[in-house]
Design a protein around this ligand. Structure first.
Ligand code: ATP
Length: 491
């Protein structure tokens, strides 16, 4: 899929009510903030449900949580975000544009690779890794100069120094200015889980190994926003922290690495669109980390991270709060002694819902040649897995009169408790089918005059475009068979 098609996906999102730019009426909207429209919210809810059902409902040792976005500011001291959650940025003095210094260098590496200059690419990659590891901002600037990187806008190499830029948004809590206390909008959902570790463990009588899962908004003041909903300033994460006995983290890391990829593959998209990317350079808290990447139109990019976070977070919270974050393990070790008290190790799975949404759309978007001769045409279809489609079925009375709308309404009244249904009586049937194709609706049902006589309707299938006559009484069982969580969750 080319960049060209990606542009079409982006405009499809707006035209068909999937994604809109936030407050677009004002100066073209707020940068890197997006709203989900009437169809987008349905698809997003379905994707979130797919994750929740798999993580929570399908695992009897994983429970959910819905922690607040605001947290005590000390949380972010303990987690390391106040001191270390920053990106190196650099400004071009002529265009006044700001860039992430590491992104400029990564783009250059990609360019070297594309031009077959593998040695140069490797050499720069190593130098970049070393500079990032040492947090050597001066060296980042030197690399940008040495490799003659110019600003894509001004074309000049007139750069400022590289500076650190903290990605957390802050605000004040308290009504009076003098009471005001700086608090942060959470940059990840994970910390809400860590600070509730003991609450959940004790109240749920959870035994290790166990997990806590949550979905929710996270906020990062990304220096540059790129590629539509790929990199947003307000986005949604779906994270699960799995608490394990120290020493068993390698085994559980491998377990989740495999389980999470399988979950992606069960969506049914091309398996070659996914790959693992092992981290060589690890975050200060991690002893292993891997990303699951998807082949977006602009290349393979991270959608999910699986991190072995050791006992870093719980230990930091214990140190800063003075509250014990220990678990008592009564199981016996090989010497017949209870394992006793310890701070658990953690395996984290962290996926961005918006990136999942984006790849689902990219993988589903198809332009197809249909018809023959004079009737040759192209149609746009979203080949979504039926369980994810915003609407499962659209019901069309052929005309607005003769009692056909009433029959159509009656069918909806039977189905609406189980399925999101779409009703439409305007325009020619062919046009109505096309609109549903563009939304990914797997089934369309047309009610015509024959329906009044023999209680049958025409069902039309999105992917094959085949049409057949079926009794009204059979509609529900056809939908039940084609649309089930069990199919996807048991893959
Ligand atoms: P990246 O390297 O792309 O900035 P990250 O390594 O900082 O991502 P994590 O902190 O591991 O990302 O966050 C977990 C997941 O949250 C990511 O895999 C991604 O799907 C999602 N995510 C992170 N930042 C954003 C963002 N700005 N917009 C949308 N999704 C995001």
């Amino acid at each position: 899929m080319s960049e060209e098609v990606f542009k079409k996906v982006v405009s499809h999102c707006k035209e068909y009510g999937f994604v809109f730019t936030s407050s677009e009426i004002y100066d073209n909207g707020l940068g890197a903030v997006y709203d989900y429209g009437q169809n987008g919210v349905e698809l997003k809810n379905n994707l979130r449900q797919y994750w929740w059902k798999f993580m929570v409902q399908m695992h009897d040792n994983i429970v959910g949580l819905d922690a607040a976005i605001f947290m005590h500011p000390k949380t972010w001291k303990a987690s390391g975000h106040i001191d270390g959650f920053s990106d190196p940025m650099i400004d071009n003095k002529d265009s006044k544009k700001r860039y992430r210094a590491d992104n400029l260098l990564e783009d250059k590496i990609a360019k070297y690779q594309k031009d077959g200059k593998t040695n140069k690419a490797d050499e720069l990659q190593n130098a970049l890794d070393a500079a990032l590891l040492a947090n050597d901002l001066a060296q980042l600037k030197t690399l940008i100069e040495q490799h003659e990187i110019a600003c894509p806008i001004s074309g000049t190499r007139n750069w400022t120094d590289v500076r650190q830029f903290n990605l957390m948004f802050s605000t004040e809590m308290g009504a009076m200015a003098e009471d005001a206390d700086k608090i942060y909008l959470r940059p990840e959902t994970a910390q809400g889980i860590f600070v509730n570790f003991l609450n959940v463990q004790k109240s749920g009588r959870m035994k290790i190994p166990f997990g806590i899962a949550q979905t929710g908004k996270a906020f990062r003041n990304e220096i540059i926003a790129r590629q539509f909903i790929m990199r947003m300033r307000e986005f949604e994460q779906m994270e699960m922290q799995f608490f394990v006995r120290p020493g068993t983290q390698k085994k559980w890391f491998e377990y989740w690495k495999e389980a999470r990829l399988k979950w992606h593959l069960a969506l049914g998209f091309d398996k070659d669109s996914y790959r693992y990317h092992d981290h060589v350079k690890l975050a200060h808290y991690a002893d292993a980390a891997v990303d699951i990447e998807f082949d977006f139109p602009f290349g393979f990019k991270e959608v999910e991270g699986i991190h072995s976070r050791t006992d870093f977070d719980l230990k930091s919270h214990q140190d800063l709060s003075g509250k014990k974050m220990q678990y008592f393990d009564a199981d016996l070790d090989e010497n017949g002694k209870p394992y006793g008290n310890y701070i658990p190790y953690v395996i984290e799975t962290s996926i961005g819902l918006d990136r999942l949404f984006l790849y689902t759309l990219c993988a589903s978007y198809k332009e197809e040649e249909v018809g023959e001769g004079d009737k040759k045409d192209t149609r746009v279809v979203l080949a979504l897995p039926p369980i994810l489609a915003p609407y499962k079925v659209a019901i069309f009375p052929l005309t607005k009169k003769d009692g056909l709308p009433e029959v159509a309404r009656k069918i909806i009244d039977d189905l609406k408790f189980d399925y999101n249904c779409f009703y439409e009586e305007k325009d020619a049937i062919g046009k109505r089918y096309r609109r549903q194709d563009a939304l990914g609706t797997p089934f369309c049902i047309t009610v015509d005059h024959e329906s009044l006589e023999n209680q049958t309707v025409t069902i039309r299938y999105r992917d094959s475009m085949l049409q057949e006559r079926i009794p009204i009484a059979d509609i529900k069982s056809i939908l039940d068979k084609a649309i089930s969580w069990k199919d996807i969750l048991s893959k």
